[in-house]
Design a protein around this ligand. Structure first.
Ligand SMILES: Cc1ncc(COP(=O)(O)O)c(C=O)c1O
Length: 404
């Protein structure tokens, strides 16, 4: 995910404006900052660009998730249903508010299987958290209707899918709250940063306070602020927000290139009948950061990955099934309950469950899936060359599997 690939003078100009005032903090210092409020400006730009009533910037996508969970009132003992394929941060955020993550199987959308979600609902379930992985989206309508039926909260982790649309609405703006990550490898970046979006004013006010030690931000004197509730420091800095401000103006340009390159690579791989592609609930809304595709068996997929490695074309092609961050199968530190500070009993039980949980439906999908990251820097000729090399490896190994 490529925000950093097209670095420009616009980012430098925004950052320099902050450096000139010397006010690196987003709150206070009203005089010396000479009218420069980069974080505020970026929050307004997020609301406008993505169609959310409110946005609260944070220091990361992880802290955005933690902030959103806290603002939605998710905490000790509450269960949050989430997919087995995500980034480990989604799981960490749930633990960080004292709640209990409940992993369920994914389907061909590479995110929550609504039937698996239904089966996992218990009297403790408070929230469903789809993770819009790899630039595309979950089946939001199906999940929203489960939430409605069972009176549950919907929190969208849209950290990886900035700019993706579901039925005309931006992912991250549909549920009770949604989050973006602006870390270095996201569609647009702040270096580090995140945002919570919500259409609920109360939730927004809670996010605003929670991410800054509970400050009510009602006056100009921080020392005189009241603290209606407990909060922490998940603030973004003005320097990071300045980078994001330049990047959000360039998002449409990034998305356009991304979609063109994605479509060129997909056209090449589509020539192999044994390749199938990820199911996309709203194909027109795909932000196209990745092209995710499936081979018929795990054995062939592993052989293809090994041959890509041998031919030096594996870079940018992700076999998540073996990835230590993204797929629950390899979260050994969590399966072993390795935590520096003791977790509560229910959380420990949830981690223990990971060791024996049957996620065979997810395995059957993830073991055959490769996601190709789409670069903004590729030329047409490079995509052609890359696609053809990939195709030739795939065809060779499919043929070898047939004759065996
Ligand atoms: C799906 C998902 N959720 C949350 C995060 C956390 O974002 P950050 O790295 O900004 O903390 C990431 C980051 O990769 C992610 O991919």
């Amino acid at each position: 995910m490529p925000g950093f690939e097209l670095w420009s003078d616009e980012e430098r100009k925004e950052v320099n404006e902050v450096l000139e005032t010397g006010i690196l903090m987003r709150y206070g210092f009203d005089g010396p900052r000479k009218g420069k409020w980069k974080a505020k400006e970026l929050e307004e730009a997020i609301c406008k660009r993505f169609g959310s009533k409110y946005a609260q910037l944070t220091s990361s996508g992880t802290s955005a998730l933690t902030t959103a969970l806290a603002a939605l009132g998710v905490g000790a003992g509450d269960e949050v249903i989430m997919p087995s394929f995500t980034f480990v941060a989604s799981f960490e955020a749930v633990l960080s508010v004292g709640a209990v993550p409940v992993l369920v199987d994914i389907d061909q959308t590479l995110t929550l299987n609504p039937d698996a979600v239904r089966k996992a609902i218990s009297s403790k379930t408070k929230c469903i958290m789809p993770v819009h992985m790899c630039g595309s989206m979950a089946d939001v309508d199906a999940l929203a209707s489960i939430c409605k039926e069972h009176d549950l909260l919907l929190l969208e982790d849209a950290c990886q899918s900035i700019g993706a649309l579901y039925k005309g609405k931006h992912v991250g703006t549909i549920g009770n709250a949604g989050t973006f990550s602006f870390d270095f490898v996201k569609t647009i970046t702040c270096g580090e940063g995140g945002a919570v979006m919500t259409n609920d004013k109360e939730v927004y006010i809670k996010c605003d306070g929670y991410s800054d030690h509970g400050h009510d931000h009602k006056g100009a004197d921080r020392g005189a602020d009241l603290h209606p509730f407990l909060g922490y420091n998940y603030r973004i800095s003005e320097l990071h927000a300045a980078v994001g401000l330049a990047q959000i103006r360039r998002l449409d340009q990034f998305l356009e290139v991304q979609k063109q390159n994605h479509s060129q690579l997909k056209n090449i791989l589509s020539q192999v009948p044994d390749i199938s592609f990820r199911k996309i609930p709203d194909p027109a809304g795909d932000s196209c950061t990745f092209l995710s595709w499936f081979l018929p068996t795990e054995e062939i997929t592993r052989a293809v990955v090994n041959e890509f490695r041998a031919q030096n074309i594996l870079a940018g092609n992700f076999y998540w099934y073996d990835n230590n961050w993204h797929y629950a199968r390899k979260w050994d530190h969590l399966k072993n309950g390795s935590s520096l500070s003791p977790l509560n009993d229910k959380q420990q039980a949830a981690l223990q469950k990971l060791r024996s949980q049957d996620l065979s439906e997810s395995d059957a999908i993830m073991s055959r899936c490769i996601s190709s990251a789409i670069s903004l820097l590729w030329t047409e000729d490079q995509i052609k060359e890359k696609g053809e090399k990939m195709m030739s490896v795939i065809k060779k190994l499919l043929h070898a599997a047939e004759v065996r």
